[in-house]
Design a protein around this ligand. Structure first.
Ligand SMILES: *Cc1c(COP(=O)(O)O)cnc(C)c1O
Length: 364
């Protein structure tokens, strides 16, 4: 089965892990510091703080932007659950704004009417690897004095004009989970140009520690280990070549699928590049088969696919109980019923791309 995601580990990662194991320092140490320095350089930010997951990065970012109990954070209802759970973990309230069909990201034209006196920040997601409408979102943040946090967990290396994901808002958040464009199994990184925010995140990942056994405030154990940082340092060197392979596969898929009736291929909006964490089509009613039928047709041809995401965030019970219901965000709800992601990762060969295209041509 051609799977939708595979971790790609080379001899470099294995050697780097062995070196850490032999060094005797397994927890947070020199490798974590090296990862932070190289990650910041890659994104073009002054600082990077490594943590234990993308979720921990988002939680720490909210803390560093001073989001506290009772505050509101504006975000998208169409993302992974880990976008919204840290808002709740911080005691704040998620305020959803519907998405645009074109890029699946937050619809910036709908944000302003959702800003209230309690709004502290906007948490914008670069879904599937394409940056959100940064110019408009950041203008709103500036005029309303809001923090801008980027969930760039799927977007390492993506650009908006001349800036990389992670260097757009006040704080960027990345995940190194096993399926991401670069990975270390589990892990996360926060990026920022603001020393105070970097320091706040470093406190937060270590129980709020400000000195030896001195704790200023509640914090967590969100540290990364040197073993995982060693993998991530090697993966980071490969980020651009991995992303080029994804782009090449995505372009070949789009060429092959663009004339299939009822299938809508991904759209790249002006001024940005897409790193195709997912290559996501929309299966509309004009297509010959239902999405479920298509998944089975692909499966019979040994081609894996995935639905990211089957349900909008506002309809999960622990979030719906805040007062959300079906019908609140019609675009997000509609695309949840249409999206299907196809294999695009660097290990998908051009003959496998041709095979995927052929399956669509024979079933259109
Ligand atoms: C992966 C991901 C996260 C969370 O990352 P973890 O490392 O799994 O905690 C958050 N947001 C988005 C959009 C993601 O894809």
């Amino acid at each position: 089965m051609l799977s939708i995601a595979v971790p790609i580990i080379g001899s470099e990662e294995k050697r780097a892990v062995a070196e850490v194991l032999e060094s005797g320092v397994l927890a947070q140490g020199k490798k974590v510091a090296e990862l932070e320095e190289k990650f910041a350089a890659y994104c073009g930010t002054k600082y990077a703080v490594a943590v234990s997951s993308g979720t921990a990065a988002i939680h720490s970012a909210l803390y560093s932007c001073d989001v506290r109990p009772g505050d509101e954070v504006i975000t998208t209802p169409f993302s992974f659950i880990a976008t919204v759970n840290p808002i709740l973990m911080q005691g704040a309230r998620p305020i959803f704004v519907d998405i645009r069909e074109s890029d699946f990201n937050i619809d910036s034209s709908l944000i302003e009417r959702s800003v209230s006196s309690k709004t502290k920040a906007i948490l914008a997601v670069s879904l599937y690897g394409q940056p959100y409408e940064y110019d408009e979102v950041s203008n709103i943040c500036r005029s309303k004095n809001l923090g801008l946090i980027e969930d760039s967990c799927q977007a390492i290396g993506a650009t908006y004009i001349d800036r990389k994901a992670g260097n757009l808002g006040d704080v960027g958040c990345f995940s190194l989970y096993a399926t991401k464009n670069i990975m270390s199994g589990e892990g996360g990184v926060l990026t920022t140009n603001d020393l105070k925010k970097a320091e706040a995140a470093k406190r937060f990942r270590q129980h709020g520690m400000i000195g030896p056994y001195e704790y200023a405030e509640l914090g967590y154990n969100y540290r990364m280990t040197d073993v995982l940082a060693a993998i991530a340092v090697e993966q980071l060197k490969k980020a651009d070549s991995f992303n080029r392979a994804r782009l090449k596969n995505a372009q070949a898929l789009t060429r092959g699928l663009k004339n299939i009736k009822g299938i809508i291929t991904p759209q790249i909006l002006e001024s940005r590049t897409h790193v195709y964490h997912q290559y996501t089509i929309r299966v509309t009613e004009q297509y010959k088969h239902s999405r479920e039928e298509l998944i089975n047709i692909l499966k019979e041809a040994d081609i894996g696919s995935g639905i990211y995401y089957p349900k909008p965030l506002h309809l999960y019970p622990h979030i719906a109980k805040l007062g959300y219901k079906k019908g609140d965000f019609p675009v997000a709800e509609r695309v949840c019923a249409q999206v299907l992601s196809l294999p695009v990762h660097p290990r998908v060969s051009s003959s496998e791309i041709e095979k995927i295209v052929k399956v669509f041509q024979e079933n259109s």
